[in-house]
Ligand binder design. Structure first.
Ligand code: ADP
Ligand code: MG
Length: 696
């Protein structure tokens, strides 16, 4: 309790340190969204500075989230010179609210040329300032949005804040229709479950692929993987428990509500989940979680891998984005209550969400598209690339009733029948779970399960907020003008239930049958990041984002460019890393071992012609023929990678990286992994899967 929030300039600190009037005015901005008074900023800045200095900070930074997907900071000290050659510590309101980092070296997707370098960071007072600790160094971090000189968003925060406003506006219209006159704001809430791997640093340091790309580009599968299902929820290793303890302490200091932790499915894989919060803060906190995990792992001589697929052959990592919305007076709008069939407001929101997910499935798919996630979505470990919704027994039953034009019952969970009299008899949930669904209702929230482990959760939540805002606005338009509200509502719910039943699926999302069935239903199945990117340029996307003022056409086009550029760059780095490892690690090892074999054959033959050297000879033949094939695949990869770098059109280039370069990487890996199984372990230059996955 004492350390929680100790490094945060949170509400309690502000109430204690700010003059009453300043505090009240700032709260109005934070809670009610009123414009910020510049005089307030001046007072807050001074108070923040005093607080930070007392804690030992000397510098501040605007902390922002450019399109790289990670956070950026540029530190300035508080010092200001005096006439007598000394300094005082200062921090002005202007410095608090506005920063001016050179924007030319951040991805902008062609919005700005390098000579138009101006970019601005602007204080987001809805997310509290905090002190980041790097060893003994503390820096005051001010969460900020990042825009170009002409006002276009260059970051992940700006569209998120805009989408939250849009959602609030439209959700309030629906609430009003149901007679709610007290709520003045609706915020989306998010709890992001974060998966990650840990590897021993001494292995990491010997793997250029992990260092440069976050995943293993070579590596034969170890004899044991995850098939015994003995890692999931297994007892924590002492070293991992110590890491988790440290990470919790650091996150608690930062006001992150770190709550749940456990071993995940793959060996060496783990999860951390915080208690949910406002989407904006949850997004900032998830960035802090990822950043802190990487730092703290090093303290324990481990490296934290956030890549979606660090190891082939075992599960990769994702992020479950639990989403709901609450009013400022504390109502969770996705709480069905005990008898959801009587809760028309809930059913209206539910139907709107179902319609939105069906209408904008491709945007949702796009929001989780990253080169790393292409390894997972559709493989048997993560939801398929096809968007569908799991409602569970109770709501599915109600949905069917809606289709038939009237709801009269809510199925209830029965008592748990364990068959043991001493076990407590409690009521089960009204619904089982379904782990294979990309978008599942889980009691009083939806869980979007496609999100990539390393990505910012901003993008997925921008889409969720915006598409829901859109359908809420469609519903509100119709209901506000209704002559007979009850009749119109019944009709609207019935229509929605009838028109969007194709998006509901409660079977096994990992099965082949579902892919065929989804195709029959006409559900989109976008299998790669490159294809997903095209959705950004669609007329319907531009219209949607324009209408709700989340992203304009220029911003969408820039994000399209950035998506493709990042895809191509990522694959290019992977290809070059493979080439380097092939040439400087794998070929030399194979050559050395083949020479040893040849020397051994010659030596034995010279010693006695009666000895059978067929084992050595067969090994040598197998090794050398694999090496020939490896080398030929290497040449192919080198030439296609060069070809790719020479292409200038972004989409064409990304397609080439996906269809040609990535494929050539796959071929090279097959031979490389075969060589690993042939070469003497003493000579193999890379740590093995068994070492990396099991030696923690
Ligand atoms: P599971 O692994 O079974 O999905 P967890 O407890 O690990 O469950 O994660 C559930 C997440 O959902 C937590 O982060 C939790 O805080 C979050 N959550 C709970 N209620 C809400 C809500 N109303 N809005 C958003 N997230 C929520
Ligand atoms: Mg989950």
């Amino acid at each position: 309790m004492d350390i929680f929030g100790e490094n945060v300039f949170n509400d309690a600190v502000m109430r204690e340190r700010l003059p009453k009037a300043t505090y009240k005015s700032l709260r109005k901005t934070i809670v009610e969204g009123l414009p910020l008074d510049p005089e307030v900023a001046e007072v807050v800045a001074n108070s923040m500075k005093d607080w930070a200095i007392e804690k030992g900070a000397t510098h501040f930074t605007h902390w922002f989230q450019p399109m790289t997907g990670i956070t950026a900071e540029k530190h300035d000290s508080f010092i200001s010179p005096t006439n007598d050659g000394r300094v005082v510590m200062e921090f002005s309101g202007k410095e608090l609210i506005k920063g001016e980092p050179d924007a030319s070296s951040f991805p902008s997707g062609g919005i700005r040329a390098t000579f138009e370098a101006r970019g601005y960071t602007a204080w987001d007072c809805t997310s509290p300032a905090f002190l980041k600790e790097d060893g003994d160094v503390l820096t005051l971090c001010i969460p900020t949005a990042f825009c170009s000189y002409t006002g276009e968003a260059l970051d992940k925060k700006t569209p998120l804040l805009r989408s939250m406003q849009a959602l609030s506006k439209q959700a309030l219209r629906i609430l009003k229709l149901f007679g709610n006159t007290t709520s003045t704001n609706v915020t989306s809430t998010v709890g992001a479950e974060q998966e990650y791997f840990l590897v021993d640093k001494k292995f990491f340091d010997q793997r250029m692929d992990l260092m440069l790309t976050g995943r293993t580009l070579f590596g034969a599968m170890s004899a044991k993987g995850q098939e015994l299902e003995d890692h999931y929820f297994g007892s924590l290793k002492t070293r991992v428990a110590a890491f988790m303890h440290d990470i919790n302490v650091e996150l608690w200091k930062l006001g992150v509500l770190a709550k749940t932790q456990h071993n995940e499915v793959a060996p060496g894989q783990f999860e951390l989940a915080p208690i949910f919060g406002t989407t904006n803060i949850a997004t900032d906190h998830n960035q802090l979680v990822m950043d802190t995990m990487k730092k703290i792992a090093l303290r324990h001589d481990m490296v934290c891998l956030l890549h979606e697929k660090p190891f082939a052959g075992v599960n990769g990592s994702g992020k479950h984005n639990n989403w709901s919305m609450s009013t400022n007076d504390g109502l969770n709008l996705l709480e069905p209550g005990n008898t959801p069939h009587e809760n028309l407001q809930f059913l209206t929101f539910l139907c709107a969400i179902i319609k939105a997910v069906d209408d904008y499935a491709e945007l949702l798919r796009l929001s989780a598209a990253t080169p790393g996630n292409d390894h997972r979505l559709g493989a048997n470990e993560a939801p398929p690339a096809i968007i569908s919704i799991f409602l569970g027994d109770q709501l599915s039953d109600i949905f069917k009733q809606l289709q038939n034009g009237g709801v009269t019952r809510s199925l209830q969970g029965e008592k748990l029948a364990s068959g043991v009299s001493t076990l407590p008899a409690f009521k089960k949930d009204s619904t089982d779970r379904n782990r294979t669904s990309p978008f599942a209702f889980t009691g009083n929230k939806f869980e979007f399960r496609m999100v990539a482990s390393s990505q910012s959760i901003s993008g997925p939540n921008v889409v969720l907020n915006t598409i829901f805002a859109e359908v809420f606005s469609q519903f509100a338009d119709r209901l506000e003008n209704a002559e007979n509200f009850d009749q119109t509502l019944q009709q609207l719910l019935k229509e929605t239930a009838m028109n969007h039943s194709r998006i509901l699926f409660d079977g096994n999302g990992y099965s082949e049958e579902w892919v065929a069935e989804a195709a029959k239903r006409g559900l989109p199945n976008i299998t790669s990041t490159v294809d997903a990117a095209l959705v950004l340029l669609r007329e319907s996307t531009i219209e949607l984002y324009g209408k709700h003022e989340v992203l304009n056409k220029t911003e969408l086009e820039s994000r399209y460019e950035i998506n493709l550029e990042q895809y191509s760059k990522q694959i290019n780095i992977e290809a070059l890393t493979m080439i380097d490892m092939a040439k400087h690690k794998i070929i030399p090892a194979a050559v050395k071992y083949s020479t040893e074999l040849a020397n051994s054959i010659n030596a034995i033959k010279a010693a006695s012609s009666a000895v059978d050297v067929s084992v050595q000879e067969n090994l040598l033949i197998g090794l050398c023929s694999t090496l020939v094939s490896f080398n030929s695949n290497l040449s192919t990869l080198e030439s296609v990678t060069l070809e790719a770098t020479n292409m200038s059109e972004a989409y064409e280039q990304a397609v080439y990286y996906r269809d040609v370069v990535f494929k050539a990487m796959g071929a090279l890996r097959v031979d490389g992994d075969k060589l690993e199984t042939l070469v003497d372990a003493e000579l193999w230059p890379l740590p093995t899967y068994a070492e990396m996955l099991f030696m923690l």
